[in-house]
Design a protein around this ligand. Structure first.
Ligand code: UDP
Ligand code: MG
Length: 310
């Protein structure tokens, strides 16, 4: 088989009801492009029949390859592992739940062939809950401000990268990451295309509210120290304000006399600042925790077996 020109990368975690439909739509799209391709699935420790289905696909389709993880290491690690085993000049990532229509892939490939090194996508008429859409808006705006990058839709995983960007991504050994942002740091000529978005075909989102918050902490702390700097700034502002307040109390004492009432107002103010301080400690903890993870240098993921690779 000739060397693939396009590698399609799909992370899979308990997607049993979606996999057949996905391949049935993806395969014709890829053959129609008329270039050699490979489809790499990473099974991220699924507990349903996903792995079995993927293994059968690898047997019946020479282009399908499977990486079997030894546990659940997360979507971004699943994609990173597949990047390392991919061979294509153009590498495209997408979700297994058919929220990213495979029919959009030729659009991304065409944009790549215009000479872009990263092609992102912007979900049109996004089919997610109001809460998810509102949260994404905030994340997109703040991340662009904090990192100085320009990306319209950080959360959309339907993206294409060229070999140079993939080789650079493979040199990154960080334990926690957010691939679209990481790739953007290596992109010299990025572009974006609008793509359609569907509701999840079957099953439920694999991201609970808690996991979503963790993921966004990865994005915020992984690509910027602005949160820490903002916090230091807030500290300075509070101390300036408290000096002014003390001055005010001093003057008041001379003019009106000492105060006793309003003690509970002071408590309220105090609790507010204590809250800010605890948040600050937590924020520092996020960075320290990540530094701790990095210095231990444990393996980021464990591959148990692979199927379909020579
Ligand atoms: N996924 C994964 N490991 C995880 C969580 C998710 O490989 O720990 C995969 C999942 O199978 C899907 C993609 O990542 O292909 C996106 O997940 P999901 O659709 O649940 O996220 P959402 O669309 O709700 O953001
Ligand atoms: Mg989804």
């Amino acid at each position: 088989m000739s060397k693939p020109y396009i590698s399609i990368i799909i992370p899979v975690y308990n997607e049993e009801p979606n996999l057949q439909k996905l391949l049935a739509r993806l395969y014709p799209v890829m053959t129609a492009l008329g270039k050699p391709f490979e489809i790499i699935f990473t099974d991220d420790g699924s507990r349903d029949r996903s792995l079995e289905i993927l293994r059968e696909m690898a047997q019946s389709h020479p282009e399908v390859k499977v990486i079997e993880f030894n546990g659940n290491f997360g979507q971004h690690m699943a994609i990173m592992a597949a990047f390392e085993m991919s061979a294509g000049e153009i590498v495209v990532t997408l979700d297994a739940d058919l929220q990213n229509p495979p029919e959009e892939i030729p659009k991304l490939v065409a944009e790549m062939e215009k000479g872009h090194d990263v092609v992102g996508s912007v979900r049109q008429k996004r089919q997610d809950t109001f809460f998810r859409r509102a949260a994404s808006r905030i994340v997109n705006i703040t991340t662009n401000k904090m990192t100085g990058m320009q990306m319209s839709d950080y959360g959309c995983m339907l993206r294409a990268y060229n070999r140079t960007v993939i080789d650079n991504l493979n040199r990154c050994q960080e334990m926690t990451t957010f691939i679209p942002a990481l790739a953007q740091t290596f992109a010299s000529n990025p572009s974006e295309v609008p793509v359609s978005h569907a509701e999840r075909a079957e099953g439920e989102s694999k991201y609970s509210l808690y996991r979503l918050i963790r993921l966004n902490f990865d994005l915020m702390t992984g690509f910027s120290v602005v949160p820490l700097q903002l916090f230091a700034l807030l500290g300075i502002l509070t101390s300036v304000a408290s000096v002014l307040f003390a001055l005010f109390l001093l003057v008041r004492r001379f003019l009106i006399g000492s105060e006793v009432e309003g003690v509970f107002t002071l408590f309220a103010i105090l609790f507010f600042f204590v809250g800010i301080i605890i948040f600050g400690i937590g924020l520092v903890g996020e960075y320290v925790g990540r530094i701790y993870q990095e210095v231990r240098r444990r393996p980021r993921y464990v591959v148990r077996r692979t199927y379909g690779f020579e």
